[in-house]
Structure formats: C-alpha cells, structure tokens
Design a protein around this ligand. Sequence first.
Ligand SMILES: Cc1cc2nc3c(=O)[nH]c(=O)nc-3n(C[C@H](O)[C@H](O)[C@H](O)COP(=O)(O)OP(=O)(O)OC[C@H]3O[C@@H](n4cnc5c(N)ncnc54)[C@H](O)[C@@H]3O)c2cc1C
Length: 390
Amino acid sequence: MRTDYDVIVAGAGSFGMSAGYRLAREGRRVLLVDAGDPPHADGSHHGQTRIARTAYTMGAAYVKLAIRAMRLWKELEAESAALRASDETCAGPLFDPIGVVSIGPAGSPFIRRKTESCLAFGIPHRRMSAEQVRAEWPGLSVPDTMEGLYEPDAGVLYSERIVRVYRRLALRHGAELLVRTAALRIERAGAGHVVHTTSGSFAAKRVLVTGGAWAGRLLPELAEAVTPVRKPIGWFEAPADRYGRDALPAFIVNAGGDEEYFGFPDLDGGGLKIGRHDGGRIAEPDRPPEPFGAYADDEAELRRALDRFLPGVGRLLRGQVCLYERTPDESFLLGEVPGRKDVWFAGGGSGHGFKFASAVGESMSRALTAGPDGDELDWRTFSLEGVIQS
Ligand SMILES: Cc1cc2nc3c(=O)[nH]c(=O)nc-3n(C[C@H](O)[C@H](O)[C@H](O)COP(=O)(O)OP(=O)(O)OC[C@H]3O[C@@H](n4cnc5c(N)ncnc54)[C@H](O)[C@@H]3O)c2cc1C
C-alpha cells in the first residue's frame, strides 16, 4: 500500500464515499479511511431509505444542488446497473420515484416557500387542499386547516445500498479503502498533509474530512458547529391497501412551528417507517447512542404522530437509532476549512443531506482537483467562514 496520495478522504459514508468514487473515477490517487465498515449503522446513512426531493425552502443554492443531485442519482443508477445485477449485496433500485407529499398548516411558510421554489425552477408539483389529500391517499388524516404539496418526480433513495455501490465503484476505479480505521489527527507536512490513523500515517496533497456527526473530533474547530443528535426511527405494521408502496408516497408532515415528521410507505413488507425531524437528544461523545426504546418517548412521540396523521397504522415492528449531524440553522458546510489550507470539509447535512450526496461528492471532487472555481457550486452559501471556533 502506498503512503502518498492526491487526496485522503477521512470518513467514507454518504458524502465521503461519493467524493471518493468521483475522485477515483477522475484518475486521482485517493485513500478512503473509515472508522466503521461502510455502509454501517454507526453514522447517519443507515435505516435503508432517505427522501429525495427538489422543492426546498432554504434558497436557490439548495434547489440547484438538489436538481443536480437528482440527475447524478439517475446516472449512478445507470452506471451501476450491471454491478447491481451481478452482485446480490447491491441488488435493487437506488432511487424509487414514488413521489413525496409535504403537508403543513394551510398558507404556512413551509408550504408556501416550497411552492415558490417549484415555480421558480419548473419543478413539477401539485398544491392540494386537505380534502384532495384525503381523497387521493385515504391512509392520511389531514384536518381542513392543513394543505399539501405533492412532488410527483420525488421519491426514495436507498441510502445503504448507495453507499455500498459507491464503495464498489470507487474501488473499481482504483481508490484504496481502510475500514475500521479512525483518522486521529491531520498535520501539515511540507506541501501537503499527514493523516495519522489507527492503522498508520498517510500523506496526501489534500484532505477531505467527511466524518459526519463526529467530524468535530477530527476538526475540533467544528465541534460547536456540528452537533450529533440521537434520532429514534420506527417501523410500524401497516395495511398495504392504504400504506403500501402503491398506496402512499413518502411524506413530510409539519404539524405547526418546528414540529416535523417524515416517513415512508411500507416498501417491502417491513413496515411503514416514521421519524421526527425536530428536537432530539444530543449524543454523548465516545459512546454509541442509547438504542431505540431506551427512552419511553422514542416510540410514544412517533405513535402520537401516527394516531394524528396516519391513524390506520398498527403496532411497532422495530426501531433503530441514527445520528443527525446538525448545524445551528441546518445549513450544510462545504468548503476549505479556514486556517487549514488544502483541508476541505463536507458535512452538516442536518438530517436532510443524503439526497445531495451525489452532487456534494462531485463538487468536492472538482474543488479538490481544480479549486472552487472548478465547480458551479455557490460556495458562499455553504462557507465555513463564521462557524469556526478559534
Ligand atoms: C434518521 C435519519 C433520517 C434522515 N432522513 C433523510 C432524508 O429523508 N433525506 C435526506 O436527504 N437526508 C436524510 N438524513 C440525513 C442524511 O442521511 C445525512 O445528512 C447524511 O447521511 C450525512 O452524510 P455524512 O457523509 O456527513 O455522514 P455519514 O454517512 O455518517 O458518514 C460519516 C462517516 O465518517 C466516519 N467517521 C467519523 N469519524 C471518523 C474518523 N475520525 N475517522 C474515520 N472515519 C470517521 C463514520 O464511520 C461514517 O461512515 C437523515 C438522517 C437520519 C439520521
């Protein structure tokens, strides 16, 4: 194994594996290092599925990035078709266009701003009254004080399968990967950097840190900006005629204020999946978050949302805990780390980053090769300036 690389990627999960794949595909000598054996259940990409949509309330830079990401997911689906047909650990779709319905208080910024982004960017959509939502999807119970916005081209990404596919493709393109290897420290050395890991030290011209929820351990100046938050997710028994893949799109329900839930129909007989986006307990460093059920409200608050908005859903089948990598305003952080030349960071996905991973990987790969001007990303929107602790 060599010890000098063009780029070392520290953290090979959603963003890191995507970037590593793109870098290797472009012919860069790349080393990926991960504390686990991705895909795994110790970060932010497990639990099978993620919602992918392009109507965004966070500004044009996000909408553009989401639209680019969606194109890249389709390219990845095509590029990996033979792999997925021949390797049973990768078998199945990467993206399933089952549509996404957002439900929120009638006239609220949640619905209004999503609609505005659809209109500004030509995103196919349908704004629906509560009555129309109930008529179209009888499993949903939506009061007349709420309304819906449906995106027919949106859908579901299979996040763990995607990380596995990226891993296979990255290795095929010549990337090297060290699993169960934690990056401990990054040190400036000559014209580049040395990354000290639990499996030795490696040098590179540039380093990309994509450590997800625990990025602050490797870049202490980011510890205040990226907070690991424990997120309980539940799968519940649900009748297929109202809650199966052909009966319900993926959904996001804003119950008023910040209170927000997301979920998926029962895609494969494993149950309807639901989680809560806002709130959550801060995860403690140096120990895994408590398993699902460790707190009574893990199930209880999901149950309350189901009883209110999806009343035909039955008992809990299983639960899991995942980590959000939350920034104070849920903005992503993408760019060179101030004060650390040639050390880049991509993270702070804040519970909504996965859908962007294909485009984030492409942007980071281009920037690490040609500098920020090599990519169309609006770097200022995602800049780390101002969030770094000295
Ligand atoms: C419950 C839940 C639901 C979500 N729902 C959605 C959704 O519907 N749509 C959406 O778009 N997004 C969603 N997200 C968010 C999305 O999954 C994350 O934003 C995204 O996966 C973050 O990617 P990442 O690469 O930063 O983190 P990860 O994928 O976790 O990758 C980080 C990697 O870094 C490794 N690592 C950490 N520290 C080190 C170290 N020191 N050395 C080496 N390796 C290290 C970890 O092992 C891990 O593999 C959800 C997240 C959760 C938890």
